[in-house]
Ligand binder design. Structure first.
Ligand code: 8YV
Length: 321
């Protein structure tokens, strides 16, 4: 019989994922090792697959410890913390979980947008604090007549745009490439987009190519009614510049599901009244996390069946050997 492949789980704690993997693999868990170095010395040479949580740093130093590694299956669509170029150079395939979470994250983006504009959490706090009897909640800004710009019209950006169509707002976007099949106005620079809109939704991947691109100049271009919503990666926004813009009234508000240094959230953002802050919950429903878990395990089962990965990242395309 074929050998049972050894698989290493790093920050991958879902019982359904571990349960399904245990049917086929010998499981090792990084977090259970008291001494990570000794553990990698002992089991590293046997490991043929990694099952990792999202936003888990996977780099050349780790690959050096795993000479038989064939595949990294990541839980999440974003893989900016995985060195996929280095993986490809070593013949290691990286997989992620696209599509199954797009609608969920887009739903949350719209919720966060409305919450930020209409100050839904603030209104809830107002009621709970007993202020209603003393007077009505102050009027808010509105989605009406807003011009919405989407940074990154990938799978999630498109799902957000489709939802926004139902809200009757003007939609424009910026990304590396114009999309031929959408009716929204394309801007070839982020600054150009920011000048044309008052509401910016960030849906671009993280990583070096987008690090801090929503900077002070972009924020100022949105104007004093400007609203920023980020459901992508905290790294895409220059966080100190965002805090300064909110404090100075350069823009009106921000709805953030992601932060530059999660789970650390700058106290300055918490102290501001015009922010709505969520603990990275975009894909966080039972339904969608289960679908992501299944996609992760499907990739590993398919790989060890010799059928290749189901959803490899573009940097490590499956060429069929
Ligand atoms: C994470 C995410 O997977 O998909 C992504 O890129 O950031 C999320 O869906 C989630 O935080 C689970 O760790």
């Amino acid at each position: 019989p074929a050998e049972t492949p050894d698989i290493l789980l790093i920050r991958q704690t879902r019982p359904d994922v571990a349960g399904r993997l245990a049917e086929r693999f010998r499981l090792h868990r990084m977090e259970e090792a008291p001494d990570r170095e000794a553990f990698l010395d002992a089991v590293g040479p046997r490991i043929r697959a990694l099952a990792v949580g999202a936003m888990c740093p996977i780099d050349a130093a780790l690959f050096d410890r795993l000479p038989r590694l064939e595949i990294v299956a990541s839980f999440g669509v974003g893989y900016d913390t995985i060195d996929a170029v280095e993986a490809h150079r070593r013949g290691i395939v990286v997989t992620h979980t696209p599509d199954v979470l797009s609608d969920e994250v887009a739903d949350l983006a719209l919720g966060l947008l409305l919450a930020t504009l209409r100050r839904i959490p603030q209104a809830d706090r107002y009621l709970r604090a007993g202020h209603w009897r003393a007077g009505s909640f102050p009027l808010t800004t509105s989605l009406r007549e807003r011009r919405v710009g989407i940074l990154g019209l990938g799978r999630i950006g498109r799902a957000i745009a489709r939802r926004l169509e139902g809200f009757g707002v003007t939609i424009a976007y910026h990304g590396r490439t114009p999309r031929a099949d959408v009716p929204y106005a394309y801007h070839d620079s982020l600054l150009g987009l920011a000048q044309a809109v008052d509401t910016l939704i960030v849906a671009a991947p993280g990583g070096p190519g987008t690090q801090g691109i929503v900077d002070a100049e972009v924020l100022a271009a949105l104007g004093p009614d400007g609203i920023v919503v980020n459901i992508a990666r905290g790294s895409v926004i220059d966080e100190p510049a965002l805090i300064a813009a909110l404090q100075a009234g350069t823009i009106l508000g921000a709805g953030l599901d992601v932060f530059a240094n999660e789970p650390q959230v700058p106290q300055a953002l918490i102290d501001l009244d015009q922010t709505v802050l969520l603990p990275h919950v975009g894909s966080g429903s039972h339904h969608t996390r289960a679908a992501m878990g299944r996609m992760l395990t499907d990739n590993l089962f398919s790989w060890f069946d010799g059928k290749g990965p189901v959803t490899p990242v573009p940097e490590t395309p499956w060429t069929g050997q």
